[in-house]
Design a protein around this ligand. Structure first.
Ligand SMILES: [Fe+2]
Length: 293
């Protein structure tokens, strides 16, 4: 039997990623497919990029890029885009500042989707978001889902970006989301990846949810200084790591709404920290440092 380990949405959580890789190797992984969003949200992206290059050297690997890598590339192409150290954009700026040209060139070399072909097994397609956008969510609420699956020229599609581990069937075709390695939703914050087993009958998925040293991952938020640079966004990420409950998008939306109500206008990333504080409190997230409020 052939084993392909599929991992996505690492989000700079190198501790989670190392745990998943070690587990996959013990399970007999022959090759690795990485679905993008290697970086951002957790600290020290350079540690994650070291693993990227190490994996590339040591094992047969396939890589695509996610929306987070696209944000970094857009920032390089448009340096006039204003990111500040704040809850809104501080995490992106911190990540960008810790990447090298080599890292950005690597992202540039990747596509946002691909097709996997191996003799003896049916081909399948994969993407981070969708085939046309690294930010699109392939979820039932997406009105184009049926259309995408109808147009699919293979039986199986694998996509990341949702951070939710699940598989769904549309008529004869299947879509699988392997979950998130580094910023997983649900399962109490257990980290997630998938093994695709290649058999005589085709591909069969096996989902894993693993415990790991989450306290070590949380400690890196303190040692890296990311709380000072990304404020509530970093606090929200830690909450996700500890619980599997992710409030980052609803909290951002609420902070923007509060800003607009009070000031008559809102433009990301210019959202005063006081609106973040009010929004975060609604989700039970308190300030990481009194200086931020
Ligand atoms: Fe993503």
């Amino acid at each position: 039997m052939f084993h392909l380990a599929v991992m996505g949405d690492i989000h700079s959580n190198h501790i989670a990623w190392e745990t998943c890789i070690r587990h996959a190797l013990r399970e007999g992984a022959d090759e690795f497919l990485f679905l993008g969003d290697f970086i951002s949200d957790c600290p020290y992206p350079q540690k994650t990029m070291r693993i990227v290059y190490e994996m590339q050297r040591r094992y047969p690997c396939y890589f695509i890029r996610g929306n987070r890598e696209d944000y970094m590339l857009n920032h390089r192409a448009h340096p006039e885009e204003r990111w500040t150290y704040s809850s809104a954009s501080g995490n992106l700026l911190y990540t960008y500042d810790n990447l090298t040209d080599q890292d950005l060139d690597f992202y540039e070399s990747l596509d946002i989707h691909g097709i996997y072909m191996k003799e003896g097994f049916p081909p399948f397609r994969f993407c981070h978001g969708s085939f046309t956008s690294s930010s699109e969510l392939l979820i039932p609420e997406n009105k184009k889902m049926e259309q995408y699956m109808d147009a699919l020229d293979v039986e199986l599609l694998i996509s990341g970006h949702t951070h939710i581990q699940e598989s769904r069937t549309y008529q004869e075709k299947k879509i699988i989301h392997p979950g998130s390695v580094g910023l997983p939703w649900y399962h109490g914050g257990k980290i997630q990846y998938m093994m695709l087993h290649g058999t005589g009958q085709g591909w069969k998925e096996e989902f894993f949810q693993l415990s790991y040293d989450v306290e070590a991952a949380v400690r890196e938020f303190e040692t890296s200084g990311i709380y000072e640079k990304a404020h509530y966004w970093a606090k929200l990420a830690v909450h996700t790591l500890k619980t599997g409950d992710d409030y980052s998008t609803p909290c951002l939306q609420l902070a923007m709404k509060l800003c607009e109500e009070a000031e008559g206008r809102v433009s990301w990333p210019d959202i005063d920290e006081k609106y973040w504080q009010q929004a975060a409190e609604k989700f039970g997230i308190t300030a990481c440092n009194p200086n931020f409020t």
